[in-house]
Design a protein around this ligand. Sequence first.
Ligand code: ADP
Ligand code: MG
Length: 262
Amino acid sequence: MTLRVITIANQKGGVGKTTTTINLGTALAAIGERVLIIDLDPQGNASTGLGIDRRARDRSVYDVLIGERHIRDAIMETAVPRLSLVPSTLDLLGFEQEILGARDRSYRLRKAVQALGSGADYSYVLVDCPPSLNLLTINALAAADAVLVPLQCEFFALEGLSQLLQTVEHVKTALNPELTIHGIVLTMFDRRNNLSGQVVDDVRRHMGDRVYETVIPRNVRVSEAPSFGKPALLYDMHCAGSQAYIRLASEIIQRERRLRAA
Ligand code: ADP
Ligand code: MG
């Protein structure tokens, strides 16, 4: 089985990275893929949102990045069948300082993912990034086959995107020549708000077919789900947000098939 590593990145906070990671992961698992989510944000929202309480995190991605634990020993199971997690803890805040002198500091996550082995039990690894272009995000890009960028449907949606794309180019040149942009997903679309529609048109005009057809609506069920420690897809499978993430998953699988055939 080929393992695909997709990093979910945007240095802006609150654009839907974590929500997309959790729900895309759940949707992929629901259609039979085996998914490992790596929570690379010290805030640990993906871990909490998947029901792995801070107190339950006796292992974390930090241990793996500093070389104290094999990634296989850092994996925790979630309530979603076929969906596993490497949780984050606040220790991650110290990663950058601690690792600064190490020559392989940008490759720590890549090495960890490679250590999963080629007979991988997983078909997808999704990496949830912190809201920053720091060394953690660089590690996530250096480990990835492709990057998926969530953009919130708001006035300044495109602002900051060029900086992110520059960082992707830099990582591609310096660290990971195979890195591609998987796509851009527009999130928190509000159909009662004209601005939302304008933003969608604007982003499509600038970014063309890099933008997924699927647009994720703003949906209160999606925002409630994490407080129950559940993906929206478990909390309310029928809500508009969950259904959109299912469509996004199938769109992603179609893109993957095209990439493989090419
Ligand atoms: P990021 O990881 O980029 O910081 P989050 O995924 O945590 O962003 O989303 C930021 C906030 O917006 C969270 O409170 C989340 O519940 C909420 N949110 C995200 N997507 C949606 C959506 N489609 N509908 C409603 N609320 C959403
Ligand atoms: Mg987040």
